[in-house]
Ligand binder design. Structure first.
Ligand code: DX5
Ligand code: ZN
Length: 221
């Protein structure tokens, strides 16, 4: 089977018991912790920042933490996340004044770097930065909230990005975020994604292992 990563979004976890929730979802078979940072400015919602990432590390979480920055400006908090133990950082093309500089800043702090595209953001931002990317994240909902429905046109966009990654010959993860569930994950993988964020589809279920197992079974078909 291909090397697929499942990244539960803790946006849908019980914040009052965050450490336990993350432990539980990792024990259930998750590969990566997806960490949604929202600033009530770039997106109309407010979540958590680097101190919460640090708290998860202090609690003993050793799995990779995938920080999805939905903040503007971006650069100022990148060093904070490096210090707090983040493994990879993605940011939105529209939120950075200087995309190339932001990518370099992430890499200078020894984290993996990725660019995020909203559903209506064109792909031309990729044109001159493929050599600096470790990951590309396509949003399949408009950012800001968990529990929204997958926007179907994202499948064509995934195919277009998959072609660009393959043509580049580089090892770049293609991450999908928003409305991913067991009933669409196979289509999303077929279109080229290899890293799957799921919030409500995992934390909204009573049995996290059953939810993740069902996704992996769909991916294995
Ligand atoms: C939305 C966030 C997502 C969100 C996904 O802005 O980036 O990571 O939590 O939640 P679901 O899987 O419920 O759509
Ligand atoms: Zn996210």
């Amino acid at each position: 089977m291909k090397d697929f990563l499942i990244a539960p979004s803790i946006l849908s976890a019980d914040f009052a018991r965050l450490g336990e929730e993350v432990d539980k979802v990792l024990a259930a078979g998750a590969d990566v912790v997806h960490f949604d940072v929202m600033d009530n400015h770039y997106v109309p919602n407010l979540t958590f920042g680097a101190p919460v990432c640090q708290a998860l590390r202090d609690y003993g979480i050793t799995a990779p933490i995938d920080v999805h920055l939905m903040v503007k400006p971006v650069d100022r908090i990148i060093p904070d996340f490096a210090k707090a133990g983040a493994s990879m950082v993605t940011f939105h093309a529209e939120a950075s004044e200087h995309i190339d500089r932001t990518l370099q800043l992430i890499k200078e702090h020894d984290m993996k770097a990725g660019l995020v595209f909203n559903p209506a953001t064109p792909l031309h931002h990729l044109d001159y930065v493929m050599d600096k990317l470790d990951m590309i994240l396509l949003m399949s909902v408009n950012p800001g909230f968990g529990g929204q429905s997958f926007i179907p046109t994202t499948l064509d966009k995934l195919r277009a990005v998959r072609e660009r990654i393959d043509a580049s010959g580089r090892d770049i993860r293609l991450e999908i975020d928003g409305g991913v569930k067991a009933n669409n994950i196979a289509d999303v993988a077929e279109a080229g994604a290899d890293m799957f964020v799921a919030g409500s589809a995992i934390f909204g279920q009573p049995d996290y292992k059953a939810a993740i197992d069902e996704m992996r079974a769909e991916l294995a078909k």
